[in-house]
Design a protein around this ligand. Structure first.
Ligand SMILES: *Cc1c(COP(=O)(O)O)cnc(C)c1O
Ligand SMILES: [Zn+2]
Length: 415
């Protein structure tokens, strides 16, 4: 397993002994002081080769154990990661791309990208001997934690906004979590979870404040690289709410460069809903030379998983994305809806609205010419359409009801 050499504050740069701090830098606080897990890349780079990951033969993110803070011996049996990457040739040609890949993370055990973070966070809880976990979430991180806690056999305490989509709440109940449906926003649920976790001693997996999350989330980038046999796409599109998924993906690509396993990173682009675009705005301010500060804006979008007004991983997301030469793009809800309906029809992948936003962002960047013709691109599908079917299919007609007669089929076909 890869021994981290430090947990480093992303704002003040102060380094902490690994595992001496659970969450954020005590000096910079929970909003600005998120921690980065640092490894000895030089010595790992001498040891790790593309073959060394394959040799583990693990069809899960634990094939990258050497680059993770905890070892596979702490992992629960649910399998996260090693999701398929599909080459979409027809669609690529139509869009003028020379290649388009879709990484389908709806195929994780609880059907979202969040399982990557949870797998590592719950392994860390077991390593640290913590006996209960907690999480605030718009839905997917919570259902993910509930599933992994069930697999670990430990109690799970969940704080979700009371308007979270029903299928996500159904998963929570199925996995036996103790659910607090907070009559408030996600941002309020988040703060309440932090207070309750401190009070009752739960290991808190909430986005960004737990440094294990980004470590799990970086494995999507490592897999894409391995599955494309070392090819690095020119552009990678990621939907963004709190900024933790994109921080992980950008860190994963950067680590490949630091390890000498890749020559460059892709340009990583974050996609936000135009009604919930706090990180995109922070990125614009950063480009003008302003300091990166925690943001707090109203949030409104049909894509519930990225409906975040007070994002918790602003500093990492802005800094890591800038380091890849990428940026941010915002899309309207109508574009998200159209993308969510086009994806399953065109490539057979049913994505929830937040995940479809990444594809909407690709279309927007192609239209504006930011992504040039002939480029290669990859889109991360971060959650399943079954998580929120009503949200995705809004406006589409249902099937026509017919009597059980062949003539009725004939009639319907001729219409
Ligand atoms: C959480 C989530 C995102 C965004 O991740 P952040 O870390 O909040 O930026 C995107 N898509 C889906 C499906 C998610 O569940
Ligand atoms: Zn600090």
């Amino acid at each position: 397993m890869g021994e981290p050499v430090a947990f480093r504050c992303v704002s003040c740069g102060r380094e902490y002994e690994p595992w001496s701090v659970d969450y954020t830098c005590p000096r910079c606080g929970p909003r600005a002081g998120t921690l980065e897990v640092i490894y000895d890349y030089k010595s790992l780079g001498r040891r790790l080769t593309p073959a060394s990951f394959a040799e583990t033969r693990r069809p899960s993110l634990w094939r990258y154990e050497e680059l993770l803070p905890t070892g596979v011996e702490h992992a629960v049996s649910l399998r996260a990661g090693w999701t398929p990457t599909y080459a979409c040739r027809t669609l690529a040609a139509e869009l003028g791309l020379s290649a388009l890949w879709v990484k389908d993370d709806s195929l994780n055990p609880t059907a979202s990208y969040k399982d990557r973070a949870t797998a590592v966070a719950v392994a860390a809880a077991r390593k640290l001997g913590r006996e209960a976990c907690s999480c605030a979430s718009t839905g997917n991180a919570a259902t993910s934690l509930a599933g992994f806690c069930a697999s670990a056999g430990i109690p799970c305490h969940i704080f979700v906004p009371k308007d979270a989509p029903k299928p996500k709440v159904a998963q929570l109940i199925a996995f036996g979590a103790l659910v607090f449906a907070v009559d408030g926003t996600y941002d309020q649920a988040f703060d309440l979870c932090s207070e309750a976790s401190a009070r009752f001693g739960w290991y808190n997996r909430s986005a960004a404040i737990n440094p294990m999350n980004v470590e799990g989330k970086k494995t999507g980038a490592l897999e894409l690289w391995e599955q494309l046999e070392g090819k690095i796409p020119d552009y990678v599109l990621v939907p963004v709410g709190d900024g933790s998924v994109i921080s992980g993906i950008a860190k994963g690509f950067s680590e490949l460069v630091w390890l000498g396993l890749a020559e460059r990173t892709p340009k990583v682009y974050g996609v936000q809903a135009s009604g919930a675009a706090a990180i995109a705005h922070a990125f614009q301010r950063h480009l003008r030379g302003d300091p990166i500060l925690p943001a707090d804006e109203p949030a409104e979008t049909l894509a519930d998983s990225i409906k975040v007004g007070k994002p918790r991983d602003v500093v990492k997301a802005v800094r890591y994305v800038a380091a890849t030469g990428g940026g941010f793009v915002t899309v309207e809800d109508e574009e998200i809806l159209a993308a969510g309906q086009a994806l399953p029809r065109r490539i057979g992948v049913f994505a929830e609205p937040a995940a479809a936003a990444a594809y909407a962002g690709l279309l927007s960047l192609l239209r504006s010419g930011v992504i040039p013709e002939g480029a290669t691109a990859a889109v991360f599908i971060t959650g399943s359409g079954l998580k929120d079917p009503e949200g995705v299919l809004r406006g589409l007609p249902g099937p026509t009801v017919i009597p059980p007669e062949l003539q009725a089929v004939e009639r319907a076909l001729s219409q």
